[in-house]
Write a protein that binds this ligand. Structure first.
Ligand SMILES: [Zn+2]
Length: 263
């Protein structure tokens, strides 16, 4: 029979298919067996059993606070000697900086004016005289109205100004209170016009030949106007009042006064 081998082939195929499906079946079975049961929804109505209170050992009683040590107070030392006074802030007085009085042994007589002898510091005096001589050569007469002034002299002058002008504030716009005048340094002076003495210590001195000459030349000798118009110290314009700043020492006097003084 020719068909017999075919049948046998067919039977073999059935057996193979059967075995194959058996393997597939077993595989599916085992896969389901080991699948996590997370997908399984909890059946409603079933409550979680109440949690058992664990049998924990009792908490240890808190450690009692140790008593704070009594602070050892140091005995307050007894005051000995004098109390040191706090350093005083240096301030301006009506816009004027404080100045120390120059060593009077260093003063040099420059001229006599209004019957008074006028002195300047030994460093400033010869420079002023040189400037005065040079101005003379150009037909300009420079006079020294006032040079060095002691603190006592300034006090007398300031009191006179108060009497004349009515108040300290008004006096301070024209003169510095004692201890606050550049004249104490021996490096400042009031200059007049020898040909126009009626302009001495007056604002109109600014229109004099002497002032015009000073405005153009004084800087060459190391002199400068202390209180130009609109100065930051708020002192009235004093066209007659000049100071010597032509040496390190001289310029330091005025720079220090400005730097060490509170506004
Ligand atoms: Zn002056």
């Amino acid at each position: 029979m020719k068909s017999f081998p075919f049948l046998r082939w067919f039977q073999a195929l059935i057996v193979i298919l059967g075995l194959f499906s058996l393997i597939l079946g077993l595989r599916t079975y085992f896969e389901n067996l080991y699948k996590p049961s997370a997908k399984v929804a909890p059946s409603p109505g079933v409550k979680d059993p109440p949690l058992k209170t664990p049998n924990l050992p009792p908490l240890p009683s808190p450690i009692p606070d140790s008593p704070l040590p009594t602070p050892q107070l140091l005995p307050i030392p007894k005051a000995t000697g004098k109390l040191t006074t706090p350093k005083q802030a240096i301030t301006t007085l009506y816009g004027h900086f404080p100045y120390a009085q120059h060593d009077q042994k260093d003063l040099v007589l420059v001229a006599q004016y209004y019957g008074r002898k006028e002195y300047l510091a030994s460093e400033a005096a010869p420079v002023f005289l040189k400037m005065k001589n040079d101005a003379e050569k150009e037909g300009v007469s420079l006079t020294i109205i006032s040079g060095f002034r002691s603190i006592n002299d300034q006090e007398n002058l300031f009191q006179k100004q108060i009497q004349r002008l009515g108040s300290k504030e008004a006096a301070a716009r024209l003169s510095a209170p004692a201890g606050h005048s550049e004249h104490h340094t021996g490096y400042a002076l009031d200059i007049g016009d020898g040909k126009n003495p009626n302009l001495d210590l007056k604002y109109d001195f600014a229109a004099s030949d002497a002032y015009k000459w000073l405005a153009n030349n004084a800087y060459k000798y190391g002199f400068e106007l202390s209180f130009p118009d609109g100065n930051s110290q708020g002192v009235n314009f004093e066209p007659w009042h000049w100071r010597y700043v032509g040496s390190n020492y001289a310029s330091q006097i005025f720079a220090n006064a400005r730097r060490n003084t509170l506004p």
